[in-house]
Design a protein around this ligand. Structure first.
Ligand code: ADP
Ligand code: GN1
Ligand code: MG
Length: 383
């Protein structure tokens, strides 16, 4: 019996879900920082596999609201996708429990959910090809587009103030003041660097409050490993829907770029290895705009580059806050892991700042090229 099987009664947990097998193998799966994921392989029926997740309820306090959001969103996506594609393959499917809910609370107070396992798919922590980057852009752009007809107010905030930079900074400031683990002395330079940029990082929030940027339903965790590609590296499914809630388009663009443009891992120890792969930025932008150009406002277009700086900045603040607070939020693999992550994100941010105008020009250029192409296509239809 492995370590997890001794902690949790998997036989009992799995028996709560309406699946056709009670004989299975189980193994830990994936590299997420928040939930615990297990692959459940049926021993009786080849290919009947599931993904079981222990939902982190320190992070997600309202599990009912969370699962209602996810069911609402996946049902909406399925209806739309079914018109042109295979909704079972392209949208996550959650498994119902015998109590009629889509999650189960075990007798230790842990929350579990299950989804169909999507076979022959891949997720990447680091992007290496132009095709992957383009497909990533299509995936997240299309995701925003498919949800653009919904009122964002229909979804609950699964984590209140999740991407609210002002709130993140105020938590950061409290962690600095408290210095619970005596770690502040190790990061004084980094703290100074972050505080010096604080004001400019509240811009998206301010533009949103002023009604200049529309609130949409966004994914809010568009790390590249939150999409599944098929064997040909074409987009199959957007996953990890826990944070789908009201947000701004620039959040998803900027967060995706964090993992797309970086030549190294999110927690790279060697800062020199962190470089920008600008051709991948071009490809992601092309893919994203191909799906969003019809509904993005000009103000939103301008905000995309702000998101490219904001999300790595916010991630640095979040990792450093967790380091100062004693590693209570993200899973870590070694004692200074959050510090290493924060330093790597800060290095990425510095590189992005240096290349800001180049990246901004790329977004504008790709937008103009797509617009011109569309206009040319429309006029050829009219003639
Ligand atoms: P976390 O919140 O911990 O990041 P995810 O929902 O992103 O959890 O899942 C972790 C990993 O499991 C993903 O990166 C992906 O590789 C894999 N995965 C998630 N859902 C599925 C699925 N339905 N089918 C196949 N693989 C999946
Ligand atoms: C977490 O669950 P995962 O690993 O996809 C985090 C994101 C961060 C990301 C950094 C709910 O995402 O916000 O951007 O780590 N998710 C939550 O890698 O906090
Ligand atoms: Mg994930």
């Amino acid at each position: 019996m492995n370590k997890e099987a001794m902690i949790y009664n998997f036989t009992d947990i799995i028996a709560q879900f309406k699946i056709g097998t009670n004989s299975f193998e189980i193994k830990p799966f994936g590299s997420g920082h928040i939930n615990d994921t297990y692959l459940i392989k049926s021993s009786a029926v080849a290919g009947e596999d599931y993904l079981l997740q222990k939902i982190n309820h320190f992070v997600f306090k309202d599990i009912d609201g969370l699962m209602n959001n996810m069911l609402f969103v996946t049902n909406h996506l399925k209806q739309k996708v079914a018109q042109t594609g295979d909704a079972q393959k392209e949208v996550l499917t959650f498994v119902e429990c015998s109590n009629g809910k889509y999650y189960y609370k075990d007798d230790q107070g842990e929350y579990w959910r299950m989804s169909n396992f999507l076979h022959h798919t891949k997720s990447y922590d680091v992007v290496s090809t132009a095709k992957q980057a383009y497909q990533g852009g299509v995936a997240f752009g299309r995701f925003q587009g498919l949800l653009a007809d919904l009122d964002p107010g229909i979804l609950v905030d699964t984590i209140p103030d999740f991407l609210n930079m002002e709130k993140r900074l105020s938590t950061f400031t409290s962690a600095i003041k408290k210095d619970a683990k005596g770690r502040l002395k190790n990061v004084l330079t980094e703290v100074g660097f972050l505080i010096s940029r604080a004001n400019s990082m509240n811009e998206i929030l301010q533009l949103g409050r002023a009604g200049i940027l529309p609130l949409r339903i966004t994914h809010n965790d568009t790390k590249f490993n939150n999409i599944l590609l098929d064997q040909n590296d074409e987009i199959q499914c957007v996953i990890d829907l826990d944070t789908v809630m009201p947000g701004y388009a620039a959040y998803d663009f900027g967060d995706a770029i964090r993992s797309i443009i970086n030549t190294a891992a999110e927690d790279e120890a060697s800062l020199d290895a962190i470089q920008l792969n600008i051709p991948l930025f071009v490809e992601f932008t092309k893919g994203y705009l191909s799906q969003t150009i019809s509904f993005l406002t000009e103000q939103e277009l301008k905000s995309l580059i702000k998101g490219v700086l904001l999300l790595p900045y916010m991630q640095t603040v979040r990792f450093l806050t967790d380091y100062l607070e004693g590693d209570i939020y993200y899973k870590t693999s070694f004692p200074e892991h959050n510090l290493q992550r924060a330093l790597a994100q800060m290095q990425l941010l510095k590189m992005l700042e240096l290349n800001q105008s180049k990246l901004s020009d790329i977004v504008q250029k790709e937008w103009f090229m797509l617009k011109n192409k569309q206009t040319a296509e429309q006029s050829s239809v009219i003639q």
